[in-house]
Design a protein around this ligand. Sequence first.
Ligand SMILES: [Mg+2]
Length: 167
Amino acid sequence: MLAMAGLPKLAVFDLDYTLWPFWVDTHVDPPFHRSSDGIVRDSRGHIVRLYPDVPEIMVRLQGLGVPVAAASRTGEIEGANQLLEVFDLVKYFVYREIYPGSKVTHFKRLQQKTGVSFSQMIFFDDEKRNIVDISTLGVTCIHVQKGMTLQTLTLGLETFAKVQPGS
Ligand SMILES: [Mg+2]
């Protein structure tokens, strides 16, 4: 088990190809609808899913007391927010920074809103350019391959703990 002192004070997630396997602005058609059986479909009736470990990842971070935020560059702002709602993930996110542009802006706003320093944040994203940009701020960045998994979360938290002073 990880020592509490080695945990980040904020975990930030990209959305497309990090929490779900598609681009919300091109591959699916908002609005989305969740039926009584829990299945989410887009406006054309296509089934839309999260990467399977995502709900458990959020529960685990909540259990560890690590707040969660979203940082996405999508232009489909409404659709992305709606997806977080229909997937019942909104309750886990303390902040959602969802708009186009460099993610440096997203992180500067997260820093201002939370008061958490960059060195106390961990960031998961599938795109190398975002990893490169945000690494320069001093955030521990984890390059996600094939979507978030519990294994990637564990690896990320271990990586974060290792770079902490005195660890
Ligand atoms: Mg992405």
